[in-house]
Design a protein around this ligand. Structure first.
Ligand code: PEP
Ligand code: MN
Length: 338
């Protein structure tokens, strides 16, 4: 259930509503919008007894949330969530571009790529320090050293950092370096990890599980939100289907579907969504046309020598620069800018 407060509800009235909810052992999640405050009530509503919340001053109405995910649903929050991070806003009119190599390979590599993607218009450098590889013998990332290299790239360019965290016990460490946590497709249902980043104070990119439905994905987001972290960014990165030509099938249906179902921003990763460099630019354009709030793209200046297998899907810096220019009229056509 959500409590929708009046537009002129005072902070004192809102506190009283929260106290009433928490006083009976329920959890209250306060979401402050531009127009009004909405309070999510989590737990067994019968604990509220016979006195309805509607009778409290400052309350306009209460509303049940029928979706299995609550805090993630648009029923809970009608206004789209906008996340402020490193001087940018994710989910606003301007699209967020996050770009960089699959993995951080050296200071020179990450700093070089950071300068190139910044020049082309990116706001964030991406790069894995801890890599979730399908096989145990593949390069697993340089870990802490790579986190430090990302910080050097940030200091040199001002770009925010996006990097993956793999386990609950590394959330604190990765959080000391990154601006945004990335949770990868293989970890979308790692509920301990979801809860741990839910307790962190930094935004989280939650990639869609490669075999997860949209509902399961939103329920994974709910784990993070229910721990108190409101800053979840969903990322469509392709799902497993019977198609073998592409690495994954980029499900762009998910973009408008998520906008209908949820207030959370959604970005698209056409690099993993296709796995094929020659398809990435067209699918990026399609992502923007479909209403994506941002893009996560692999870019490498020397993809043939990439240490992960993802060189084949990485754009060359020049391609990336041209792509960003070509996205401008598409963004404008759908009421956005880049
Ligand atoms: C990545 O972004 O490099 C990555 C491993 O992504 P995913 O979890 O989508 O496979
Ligand atoms: Mn990758």
């Amino acid at each position: 259930m959500v409590v929708i407060t009046k537009t002129d509800a005072t902070p004192g009235q809102i506190d009283a509503i929260v106290n009433r909810i928490e006083g009976v052992g329920l959890k209250a999640q306060v979401s402050t919008g531009e127009q009004r405050t909405v309070i999510g009530v989590i737990g067994d509503k019968t604990l509220l007894g016979d006195i309805p919340l509607e009778s409290m001053s400052g309350v306009e109405r209460t509303m049940p949330i029928t979706a299995p995910y609550k805090l993630a649903s648009r029923q809970f929050r009608d206004e789209s969530t906008v996340i402020a991070v490193n001087g940018t806003k994710i989910g606003g009119r301007k699209l967020t571009v996050m770009a960089g190599p699959c993995a951080v390979e050296s200071t020179e590599q990450i700093v070089t790529i950071a300068h190139l993607v910044k020049k082309a218009g990116a706001g964030f450098i991406r790069g894995g320090a801890f890599k979730p590889r399908t096989g145990p013998y593949s390069f697993q990332g340089f870990g802490l050293e790579a986190l430090k290299m990302l910080v050097t790239a940030k200091e040199e360019t001002g770009l925010g950092i996006v990097t993956e965290v793999l386990t609950p016990n590394e959330v604190e460490l990765v959080g000391d370096y990154t601006d945004i946590f990335q949770l990868g497709t293989r970890n979308m249902t790692n509920f301990y990890l979801l809860r741990e980043v839910g307790r962190a104070k930094k935004p989280v990119i939650l990639k869609r599980g490669m075999a997860s439905t949209i509902e399961e994905w939103l329920l994974a987001a709910e784990y993070i939100l229910s721990e108190g972290n409101p800053d979840v960014i969903l990322c469509e990165r392709g799902i497993r289907t019977f198609e073998t030509h592409t690495r994954n099938t980029l499900d762009l249906n998910a973009v408008p579907a998520i906008h209908e179902l949820s207030h959370l921003p959604i970005i698209v990763d056409p690099s993993h969504g296709t796995g094929i460099r020659s398809l990435v630019c067209d699918m990026t354009k399609a992502s923007v046309a479909a209403g994506a709030d941002g893009l996560l793209l692999e870019v490498h200046h020397d993809p043939d020598h990439s240490m992960t297998g993802d060189g084949a899907q990485s754009l060359f810096p020049e391609q990336f620069e041209t792509l960003i220019k070509e996205l401008k009229p598409i963004a404008i056509a759908v009421g956005r800018e880049i």
